[in-house]
Write a protein that binds this ligand. Structure first.
Ligand SMILES: NC(=O)c1ccc[n+]([C@@H]2O[C@H](COP(=O)([O-])OP(=O)(O)OC[C@H]3O[C@@H](n4cnc5c(N)ncnc54)[C@H](O)[C@@H]3O)[C@@H](O)[C@H]2O)c1
Ligand SMILES: N[C@H](CO)Cc1c[nH]c[nH+]1
Ligand SMILES: [Zn+2]
Length: 453
């Protein structure tokens, strides 16, 4: 096998893909959740029962951070973070500041809509309202396994700050020497985080879900991560003892590109590789519309050429075989597959891309036209990169400002309102045979009648 042939995506044609194969192509290359949950459960128990000590032992075992063997290793850093820990290259600072500003602009606009109270008089004298409040204590997970992702600190920290969350904790795996990347500390300061936890994986999730001596307990957990992190989030969310919510199952990165003949094969290849390089369990998919075999070969050749020259060539070599190219004939066929796949990122590299958004039913975030590489959304366009994977875009939205808010409703009835609505409530309470419910209305209606209100 020559080197280039190791970096190719398998190719299928919709003409020959039957229903069973199509169903198979829709499934992501990830371990079953039962297998992962079995691995994650003892880690969660160790932190839930052992607090900081349990957390420390998991840091040693799983984050492979040498300094953690020292029992004096502080598991948390508290704000204000020392300036020397946040020292970054001025060029990097400028790029982070641009990203911060764009993300803040887009998420602040969401805040304006989401926090606006709603008031509706559903019947004369019956006023219903809805109010937004920030979630008090939030735990943000910033991945740091195969790559440290300060951009995720922005994607989670900015909406938390915009929503007005009071207690922001950020957890991320420490580097081998036990330190946290200065870019993450700089961003933690920018977004007003109070605590940075030096731990990654399922144990960091457990620490924020249950709280420890030094890690504050969060009301809601956010952020992407590998299969351990995602399974841990789902597990603690089901534990009534933790009383913690989660944002979205944001697992291994993925992209689906829909391309027609107008798409430059080299640029298509660059976006496929962009998400595939995240890890061995990532998946990139290309759906072509009415493109011949020569076009598909040109994409595969560009994939092989670019992949071999990239710093993460080894990850790509091992994982490109689980990506694939599917040749279809029509726009409808291509979008039908994409909507069933429900990709985290959907790149529309076709003529009339903007108009085709109407055809999208399920996707985390859409990249429209030839000049919108997925990397721009990953870092700095302003949208959020914490997005549903493995098909969860069918029922979940990506992280947004509203993920950091909760809403409560109110109703206020005047005597006239109760006279209008009360008799119907009495009937419905009768249907359910709930006498106390009925009496709470009847007694008031009697009083209104007695007092002539
Ligand atoms: N969907 C999204 O929005 C989105 C955004 C950014 C990144 N991602 C994805 O996040 C993931 C990041 O994964 P990562 O691994 O690089 O970083 P990570 O921080 O999620 O996980 C690394 C940690 O996993 C733990 N771990 C590793 N092996 C373990 C084992 N065998 N048992 C128990 N714990 C173990 C360790 O604590 C390690 O520090 C990638 O898959 C990437 O594609 C997704
Ligand atoms: N593509 C990731 C979301 O799946 C986000 C990211 C961070 N850094 C680079 N990319
Ligand atoms: Zn990415």
């Amino acid at each position: 096998m020559d080197a280039a042939s190791e970096y190719r995506c398998p190719v299928y044609s919709s003409d020959t893909v039957d229903a069973a194969k199509r169903a198979e192509l829709l499934v992501r290359p990830v371990k079953s959740s039962a297998d992962i949950l079995a691995l994650v459960s003892p880690i969660l128990d160790s932190v839930r029962n052992g607090g900081d000590e349990g957390l420390r032992s998991c840091v040693v075992k799983f984050d492979r951070c040498l300094a953690a063997e020292d029992t004096a290793f502080p598991l948390t850093l508290k704000a204000p973070f020392p300036a020397e820990l946040a020292k970054i290259d001025p060029k990097v600072k400028q790029a982070i500041d641009v990203a911060y500003s764009n993300i803040k602009a887009f998420h602040s606009a969401q805040m304006e809509r989401e926090s606006e109270p709603i008031r509706v008089e559903t019947m004369p004298g019956v006023v219903c309202q809805r109010f937004a409040r920030p979630i008090g204590s939030v735990g943000l997970y910033v991945p740091g396994g195969t790559a440290v992702l300060p951009s995720t600190a922005l994607m989670l920290g900015v909406p938390a700050q915009v929503a007005g969350c009071k207690n922001i904790t950020l957890a991320t795996p420490p580097r081998p020497d036990g330190s946290i990347s200065p870019e993450i500390i700089y961003i933690a300061g920018l977004v007003g985080a109070q605590t940075v936890v030096r731990a990654g994986g399922a144990h960091a999730i457990a620490a924020m879900a249950y709280g420890t001596e030094t890690v504050p307990k969060a009301d809601k957990l956010y952020g992407p991560g590998n299969q351990f992190v995602t399974a841990a989030k789902m597990s603690v969310a089901m534990d009534s003892g933790a009383r913690v919510a989660i944002d979205v199952p944001a697992g291994p990165s993925e992209v689906l590109v829909i391309a027609d003949k107008t798409a430059d094969p080299a640029l298509v290849a660059s976006d496929l590789l962009g998400q595939q390089e995240h890890g061995l369990d990532s998946q990139s998919v290309l759906i072509t519309i009415d493109c011949d075999d020569a076009y598909v070969e040109a994409v595969n050749a560009a994939v092989a050429e670019q992949a071999q020259a990239l710093p993460r060539a080894e990850i790509l070599r091992k994982s490109l075989s689980q990506s694939f190219i599917l040749q279809t004939k029509t726009v409808d066929e291509a979008f039908a597959f994409s909507n069933d796949y429900a990709p985290e990122h959907l790149l529309l590299y076709i003529a009339d891309a903007a108009k085709s958004i109407e055809l999208v039913e399920n996707a985390g975030s859409v990249f429209v036209g030839p000049w919108s590489p997925v990397a721009c959304g990953d870092y700095a366009s302003g949208t959020n990169h914490t997005l549903p994977t493995v098909g969860y875009a069918k029922q979940y939205s990506g992280v947004s400002t509203s993920s950091f808010l909760k809403h409560f409703t109110s109703q206020e009835l005047s005597p006239a309102g109760l006279k209008n609505l009360g008799p119907y409530v009495e009937i419905l309470a009768d249907v359910e045979q709930l006498g106390a419910h009925k009496a709470s209305v009847s007694l008031r209606l009697d009083k209104i009648a007695r007092e002539g209100l």
